[in-house]
Structures are given as structure tokens and as C-alpha cells.
Design a protein around this ligand. Structure first.
Ligand code: PHE
Length: 345
């Protein structure tokens, strides 16, 4: 019996010696020390051995199996460390290598400007109009009639406004002022909204003009709204949008739906007021029209003009973007040149 045990021990020692990695070592461990191993079978067989010999043989078996376990454990430790360091070496990441290029989308410069302007007016207490009150395909009623634009006004001409074929009174809105009319018809003062969106004009395309462009309309109707407040709001807007250093001027103007009316010009960024092709030599660029809402408009939308007054303004988004970033051709916004778009973040 003892010889048999020693024979198995030697065989185990030999195989432990030969094991060259974790896997083969594990196989050896299973073969000699697991529940079904030869050693264990011998232990199970102890009960059949003559009782006087049992303790000695039992002790021998225990001693050998713990000796083998210890050896395997030590060797396991060495293999584990070796394999781990090999693995780490293989999986080493070279952080100096170039990363994979992931193309990134960009916010269109006009969207960026609209977001900025909306934020500024939110801060000044204006809320964004509900989209359904600011449609691009519009009835003449909201684009012109309710805004006090007479039937024979040149803006209504097909040379200036796109009409929908076979639908006489339906136009592509020529101004975001339609949103003013809809907002006033649909709600009671106090009203303090802004409405960004696309507008369309039947114009020949040039560096300064496109037949699709964007406006942002603002409307404030309440008791005692006056010109001083209009100037206060617009001056603050210009200061926040451009920074205080941009020269600005107010010119009196005319719109059918405001009285009095003004236009605001900002000094041309291209020529700093000297005059160039972008500003047609004047040194100034108009960015918005504004004024006190004409009492006729208030009455037409059902607001008592004796109790309430209001101011309104409409600004050109392309112009404002061109002025801020020195873009000299409006057509770039509508081109598909990704190099242009990539500049914006
Ligand atoms: N709707 C005018 C335009 O397109 C701008 C404007 C809006 C003027 C509101 C006064 C008040 O030119």
C-alpha cells in the first residue's frame, strides 16, 4: 500500500514539474487532488485497511496531499503572475496613437443665432410663441389684413410675395409679423412673446438678399407700453448680442402696423462704417424694424386700444449673423458647403 502511495506521489511530482502553464497545472491538480483523484480514492479505501495500519497510512496520505497542494499552489502563483504580466504587456494601450476620427455634427450658424437671441429675450421676459401661432404658409388675413396693410400695398404684389397657386388668399408669409396677429387674436394682454421662423420674398438672389430668410418677431402688449421701453429692450438686446462696443443708430421709418416706427442700423463690420459693397457704401446695415403697435391693429384683433398699447419688432437673423461673424454673402447660409458649417459649434 505504502509503495503504491509513493509511486503515485512520484508520478504527481513528476507531472507538477512538467506542467508548463496554469492550464496544465490545473489538469495535474484535478488528476491527483480532486474528489475523484487517485489519492482521494485511496483515502476512501482506508476503511477497508486493517485498523492498526489505518492511522499511519491515513497520516501519510494527508501529508502527501498537503505537500502536493502546497507545491501546486506555489507553482500556480508563479504561473499566474507570469501569465498576467504577459497579458498586460500584450494589452498595453499606446495612448500616443491617433484616435479614430468620429465626424461631429454642427449646429447651423442661423440656428445658433436664433438660439442665442431667443435666450436673450427669454432673459428679458419674453416667452417663445406656440408654433401653431406662427405658420409659414399663411392666410393673407394674418400676413396683411389684420396688420393694417392696405389691399393695394406693393408688398402684396406677386413681385414681392409668393402666393399659393389656385388659392388666392394663401401666401408664404413675407414676415413673421403674422405671428403677432395670431397671438393677439388668440390671447389677451399682457402679451410678451417672440417668434422666430422662416419668411419668403419673391426677390432676386444676391450677396445681400435671398428669397428665403429668417426673422424673429417680438411683441409686447400691456397697459402703458411705450417707446422708451421699446428702446430699453432693444438697446439691451444689442448690448447682449454684440457686446457694448457696436455703434448703433435709430432711424424713423414706416410700417403699416406700427406708429411711430423705427429702424435700427448697426455699423457695418466689414468696413467699420467706411462704406463697402456689403453695406452698399453706407457704412450701416439695418437689422430690425420696430414701433408702437398701431391702434388700428389692436382694434382689428379685438384689443381695446384705449386701455392697452404695445410695441413690436422684427429682426433679420441672417443679417445679425453676418454682422457678428463677418460673413459677406447671405447665400453661404443656404449652400451645402460643409466647410462653412464646420466652423460653427
Ligand atoms: N415685419 C417687418 C418687416 O419684415 C418688421 C417689423 C416687425 C416692423 C414688427 C415693425 C414691427 O420688415
Amino acid at each position: 500500500m505504502e509503495n503504491k502511495i509513493l509511486e503515485i506521489k512520484n508520478q504527481a511530482l513528476d507531472e507538477i514539474n512538467k506542467a508548463s502553464d496554469l492550464k496544465s497545472l490545473d489538469e495535474v491538480k484535478n488528476k491527483f487532488l480532486s474528489r475523484n483523484s487517485q489519492f482521494n480514492n485511496l483515502k476512501k479505501g482506508l476503511k477497508d485497511i486493517e485498523p492498526s495500519k489505518r492511522p499511519k497510512i491515513g497520516a501519510l496520505l494527508n501529508q502527501i496531499s498537503s505537500e502536493l497542494s502546497k507545491l501546486i499552489e506555489e507553482k500556480n502563483d508563479i504561473f499566474y503572475k507570469k501569465e498576467l504580466s504577459e497579458k498586460l504587456l500584450k494589452e498595453k494601450i499606446d495612448i500616443t496613437l491617433d484616435g479614430n476620427y468620429i465626424p461631429q455634427g454642427h449646429v447651423h450658424p442661423l440656428t445658433k443665432t436664433i438660439n442665442e437671441i431667443v435666450d436673450i429675450f427669454n432673459y428679458l421676459g419674453f416667452s417663445l410663441i406656440k408654433p401653431e401661432l406662427s405658420p409659414e404658409v399663411e392666410l393673407e388675413k394674418y400676413n396683411f389684413d389684420l396688420l393694417n396693410v392696405p389691399k393695394e400695398h406693393p408688398a402684396r404684389d406677386v413681385q414681392d410675395t409668393f402666393y399659393c397657386e389656385n388659392m388666392d388668399s394663401v401666401v408664404l408669409r413675407s414676415q413673421t409679423s403674422n405671428a403677432q396677429a395670431r397671438q393677439m387674436v388668440n390671447s389677451k394682454p399682457p402679451i410678451k412673446i417672440i417668434s422666430p421662423g422662416r419668411v419668403y420674398r419673391n426677390e432676386s438672389v444676391s450677396a445681400r438678399k435671398n428669397n428665403l430668410f429668417h426673422q424673429i418677431e417680438g411683441l409686447y402688449v400691456d397697459k402703458n407700453v411705450n417707446m422708451a421701453q421699446l428702446k430699453g429692450v432693444l438697446n439691451e438686446f444689442i448690448r447682449l448680442y454684440f457686446g457694448s462696443s457696436r455703434p448703433t443708430r435709430y432711424r424713423s421709418s414706416f410700417f403699416p402696423f406700427t406708429e411711430p416706427s423705427v429702424e435700427i442700423d448697426v455699423q457695418c463690420i466689414m468696413c467699420h462704417g467706411k462704406g463697402c459693397s456689403v453695406c452698399s457704401g453706407s457704412g450701416w446695415l439695418e437689422i430690425l424694424g420696430a414701433g408702437i403697435v398701431d391702434p388700428n391693429v389692436l382694434e382689428a384683433v379685438g384689443i381695446d386700444s384705449n386701455t392697452y398699447s404695445g410695441f413690436a419688432f422684427g429682426m433679420g437673423v441672417e443679417r445679425l449673423t453676418m454682422l457678428k461673424y463677418a460673413i459677406d454673402d447671405i447665400r453661404l447660409f443656404f449652400s451645402d458647403d460643409v466647410r462653412f458649417l464646420r466652423q460653427s459649434v
